[in-house]
Design a protein around this ligand. Sequence first.
Ligand SMILES: Nc1ncnc2c1ncn2[C@@H]1O[C@H](COP(=O)(O)OP(=O)(O)O)[C@@H](O)[C@H]1O
Ligand SMILES: [Mg+2]
Length: 219
Amino acid sequence: MPTVVIASPKGGAGKSTAAIILGTELAHAGADVVMLDCDPNHSLTLWADRGALPDRIKVLSNVTESDIVKTIKQYDTDGQIVVVDLEGVASRLVSRAISQGDLVITPMRATTLDATIGVRALQLIAEEEEALDRKIPHAVVFTMTKAIRSKQHSGIAESLAGQGVDLINPPLMERAAFSALFEFGGNLRNMPAQGNMDGAIENAAQFAQAVYKRLTEGV
Ligand SMILES: Nc1ncnc2c1ncn2[C@@H]1O[C@H](COP(=O)(O)OP(=O)(O)O)[C@@H](O)[C@H]1O
Ligand SMILES: [Mg+2]
C-alpha cells in the first residue's frame, strides 16, 4: 500500500497538520494508517499523546535517517497507508523519505516568502527522481488559506500551475479546529466544537479524498 510523504523545508508550513488531517480522515474512511514521526520536534507524537488515538491509526515516533527506509518498507507491504511527517529542513532523512514516496505532498502557505522556500521541496524531489531514475508523483497543497483569496494567492497558484505543478484542490483552509488537533488530540469528529466544525470536517474529508484519488488513480 502507498506511502505519502509530507515534505517542505519551510517550518510552520502546515506539514504536521496536513499529516494528521490526512491520517485521521483516511482512518475514518476505513483505511489502516501508520504515521511515522520523523521530526525531532515530535509534533505527531505530541498530538498522539494528547488524546485517544483514533481507531486504525498507529504512530511510530523517533524514526531516524538510519531506519526510515526499512520502516517504510516494513509497513507499506502490510496493506496499510503510511504517512510520513518530516522536519522543516533539507536533510538526508528527508531525501530518503522522499525516495520511498508514492506521493510527496508539499504544504505551503500562499505567500511569496513561503512559496519561495516551499518550492525547494520540489527541487529535492527532482534530485531523488534523478538518482532513482523514476518519477515520484508529487503535489502542493495550500494551507492556512483564508476564505477570501488574496491576489498573492491567485498569482502563486497560477505560477505553480504554469510550471506544471499539481495543486491539490481543495486547499486546507485556516480553521480553529485544525490547530486545536494539537490541543485535544484525536480527530476532528471527536473534538469539542471549534468554530465552523462542519466546514472544517468537510474541508478535511475533501482534502483526504483528493489525496486518495491520486494514490489510487495516479491522477
Ligand atoms: N489549516 C490550518 N488552520 C489553522 N491553523 C493551522 C493550519 N495549518 C497549520 N496551522 C497551525 O500553524 C502552526 C504550524 O503548523 P504545523 O502543521 O506544525 O507546521 P509544520 O509541521 O510545517 O512545521 C501550528 O500552530 C498549527 O496548529
Ligand atoms: Mg511539523
